[in-house]
Design a binder for this molecule. Structure first.
Ligand SMILES: [Zn+2]
Length: 257
């Protein structure tokens, strides 16, 4: 009995080691494979399933101001609006995330929680940076390999279950180094649009308990990340502006109640 237990523990440990190591390596990059058809197909498939679980908001009072903020950010940073697909999702979880197909999902509960437009822009900028820096694409490439591995090991081809798992692992495979990169790039995006880039640091600290801006966030981590932003050197380009009028901001918040 003891031997069986021992063997079971060793097998389980081995399985998780292999699984963990597989997650850490960008196999497609390692073997110089192009992320063409495999990644594209997987992205399409994951998005289809993810999209079906979203409650898209079409309210004018919500979509127009968010569009204005995204438009200003794209314009100031030379990003094509056509490359970023923003979806406002009716959801009680305070969260926003970047996902496959250049989609940026913002939950209504997050908008409700934000105290001003700079905080909201900090969240959008961080997620937009994940998209622009290719963090999601590289996670999809990794995931393409893992999904094949899972199908082979489990013999389970249940597409919905796999796609759900895939989208979760894509989120979780964003490393601390990539979070730092997204914070810094996001702060630069804010600076370019004449918003205070230090709001990125403030937002990280203010909302740390919600885990916004990271799937790995803990107290020490968010403090360190805020410090990194505060050490970044930005030349003065103030006074900082406001994009939305107070009335538009109030309407946006009210529509997300
Ligand atoms: Zn992030």
């Amino acid at each position: 009995m003891k031997k069986i237990l021992q063997e079971f523990i060793i097998s389980a440990a081995l399985f998780f080691c292999i699984f963990f190591v597989t997650l850490q390596v960008d196999w497609m990059k390692l073997f110089r494979l192009r992320p063409t058809i495999v990644g594209d197909k997987l992205s399409e498939w994951v998005w289809k399933v993810a999209e079906s679980s979203l409650w898209k908001v079409n309210n004018h009072d919500v979509c127009v101001p968010i569009d204005s903020l995204v438009y200003e950010m794209c314009k100031a940073n030379d990003i094509s609006m056509a490359d970023i697909h923003v979806v406002i999702n009716q959801d009680n979880e305070v969260n926003a995330f970047a996902t496959v197909g250049n989609h940026l999902i913002i939950n209504t509960a997050l908008i409700k929680k934000m105290e001003n437009e700079s905080q909201l822009c900090a969240v959008i900028a961080h997620e937009m940076a994940h998209l622009r820096l290719g963090h999601i694409q590289s996670a999809v490439r990794q995931q393409a390999v893992i999904t094949v591995f899972l199908v082979l090991v489990t013999g389970n081809g249940n597409s919905e279950m796999l796609a759900n798992m895939t989208s979760k692992i894509i989120s979780n495979s964003i490393t601390r180094a990539k979070e730092n990169e997204a914070d810094e790039q996001g702060a630069r995006y804010m600076y370019a649009m004449h918003l205070d880039p230090m709001e990125m640091a403030n937002t990280l600290e203010t909302f740390e308990s919600y885990g916004i801006l990271s799937y790995l966030m803990d107290h020490a981590d968010s403090k360190k990340r805020a410090e990194r932003i505060r050490k970044m050197h930005f030349q003065k380009n103030g006074p900082y502006r406001r994009i939305l009028s107070q009335e538009t901001w109030d309407k946006l918040k009210k529509a997300c109640q």
